[in-house]
Design a protein around this ligand. Structure first.
Ligand code: ZN
Length: 298
């Protein structure tokens, strides 16, 4: 349930329109702390956001707490600025939509903020944060839906919005017409992954939640830190490396966050008969699609 019955997209879109009016067309990257404090003070003067500060939060990535005179947003200051901004935006979303549901406050773990794997109200806060920081209209102008972006282009997006590289890739995956996937791994094991809608619908996904540990393919660039320079540019793999079809893998070894970020780009889906398609829709795809929709809110 959302405060005032408003959906997260609308909250974010309305705020972006206000920012464009106040700051002009070049209002990106969003001046997040200023906007959260000013907007809440003007619109909800009885309980505004009065403080936004960092700290070591242990297992939490961020939190929204009631304090004297209003609310405070606390974020994990031990992570890079892009991640911090997404966390603040996520908590701002909780403030706008959920503070009446959680009068004692709300604490959010890394899984829901960074991996976007939360349910219900967590998903609403993630949707709000993504739409506030990376307005869809602007994203599509920068990177077309049919583009084959490189890491530098996705990094430029991240820089434009002052978000993490992973956030900018996840945003692109939401609207791309390509069959593509992000895979995050550490120590040669997949932590999590996410597919574009078209990839998911053609059976390209990796199940990592409630599933046995999945090893990164032995011939992938994600296993080859010695090839880091080549990996950024990407190479085309034959069928059988990641999936049973060829794909281009671009990989960045992000030492600072101790993770390996891989983007897999696939060509057009292979020709399939009606009977193949029917069999898939009857079993695995439907099962996974339901699961994925619950996890990612697609
Ligand atoms: Zn949350």
């Amino acid at each position: 349930m959302t405060d005032h019955g408003r959906k997260p997209h609308r909250w974010a879109n309305d705020l972006n329109k206000i920012m464009a009016t106040v700051f002009g067309e070049n209002h990106l990257p969003v001046q997040l702390e200023l906007v959260a404090k000013d907007y809440s003070r003007q619109r909800f003067c009885k309980d505004p956001i009065i403080d936004i500060k960092g700290g070591s939060l242990g297992k939490f990535e961020g939190a929204l707490y009631p304090v004297d005179g209003g609310w405070a947003i606390i974020y994990n200051s031990d992570v890079p600025i892009g991640r911090r901004r997404f966390t603040i935006a996520h908590e701002f979303g909780h403030y706008l939509m959920h503070r009446q549901l959680f009068p004692k406050g709300i604490e959010c773990g890394e899984d829901v903020v960074t991996y976007r794997s939360g349910e219900d109200y967590e998903k609403e806060a993630d949707t709000f944060a993504a739409n506030l920081l990376m307005p869809m209209l602007d994203c599509r102008k920068q990177l077309a839906a049919n583009a084959m972006p490189t890491f530098p282009e996705l990094a430029a997006q991240a820089d434009r919005y002052k978000v993490s590289l992973i956030s900018s890739i996840l945003r692109w995956l939401e609207y791309t017409e390509r069959r593509a996937m992000i895979v995050i791994s550490r120590d040669d094991y997949v932590l999590w992954s996410r597919s574009s809608d078209r990839a998911l619908k053609t059976g390209l996904y990796m199940r990592t939640k409630n599933a046995p540990p999945r090893e990164v393919p032995i011939h992938s660039l994600a296993r080859r830190k010695d090839l880091a320079d080549i990996a950024k540019e990407g190479i085309k793999h034959p069928p059988g490396v990641w999936f049973e079809e060829e794909c281009t893998e671009c990989t960045v070894h992000a030492d600072r966050i101790d993770q390996v970020i891989s983007i897999l780009l696939f060509g057009s889906p292979p020709e399939r008969s009606f009977f193949d398609f029917k069999r898939d829709t009857d079993d695995s795809y439907n099962k996974f699609n339901g699961l994925a929709r619950r996890r990612f809110g697609d």
